[in-house]
Ligand binder design. Structure first.
Ligand code: PRP
Ligand code: URA
Length: 209
């Protein structure tokens, strides 16, 4: 079963409060999503492997550590996942970025894939799928399916907010994928929106309706 980590650092909780508020406008919403993504990137990369190397400082020789192991790929689910990419690149600037285009049909709530462009070497990378919202879990689960079909082996999922229903779906479909959340909310409403949530993440990021 996937592990679920709620990254409830005080700065993340504080910023999520303003992200949730309906009084927060597009400009501030975008900035806050980027900031929270950077904070979450810091937490999600805690377990990256290190190796020891020897370097010369200006005064001596020292054994010290650098990252080793697989390189990272960031995979935003379009559209709203795009709002999290720059925040992650602030900490992992050399990461490659692949895109999965999915929208959720408003009637059936089923995800529909319309775009896919991935780095050629995803099977060699540690992939972090990013989407602000994990609601029914259909979009995240399908995106992960697409990555696995193309050879991806190491995948983490990072979302700002999740409903228990979405967590359960990803755990069932992809027990190997660990899930990192800013907050785990109460439930979905009858339209598949996360409660209390933040509304429609894509619309709030891009100022559409
Ligand atoms: C939102 C969100 C997720 C999806 C979550 O995208 O960004 O991708 O819904 O819902 P689910 O867990 O029930 O699948 P949306 O379909 O609104 O598309 P958009 O990002 O293009 O606005
Ligand atoms: N997608 C969103 O943007 N918000 C929700 O609450 C659920 C799905």
């Amino acid at each position: 079963m996937s592990n679920v980590f709620v990254l409830d650092h005080p700065l993340i909780q504080h910023k999520l409060t303003y992200i949730r508020s309906k009084d927060t406008g597009t400009k501030e919403f975008r900035a806050l999503v980027e900031e929270v993504s950077t904070l979450m990137a810091f937490e999600i990369t805690r377990d990256l492997p290190l190796e020891e190397i020897t370097i010369d400082t200006p005064v001596t020789t020292a054994k010290t550590k650098v990252l080793s192991g697989k390189k990272i790929g960031i995979i935003p689910i379009l559209r709203a996942g795009l709002g999290m990419v720059d925040g992650m690149l602030n900490l992992i600037p050399a990461a490659k970025v692949g895109h999965v285009g999915l929208y959720r049909d408003p009637e059936t709530l089923q995800p529909v894939e319309y775009y896919l462009k991935l780095p050629g070497d995803i099977h060699e990378r540690e992939l972090i799928v990013v989407d602000p919202m994990l609601a029914t879990g259909g979009s995240a689960s399908d995106a992960i399916d697409s990555l696995k079909k193309r050879g991806a082996e190491h995948i983490k999922l990072m979302c700002l907010l999740a409903a228990p229903e979405g967590v359960e779906k990803v755990q069932q479909d992809h027990p190997d994928v660990d899930i990192y959340l800013g907050a785990l909310d109460e439930r979905l409403n009858e339209k598949g929106y996360i409660i209390p949530g933040l509304g429609d993440a894509g619309d709030r990021l891009f100022g559409t309706k």
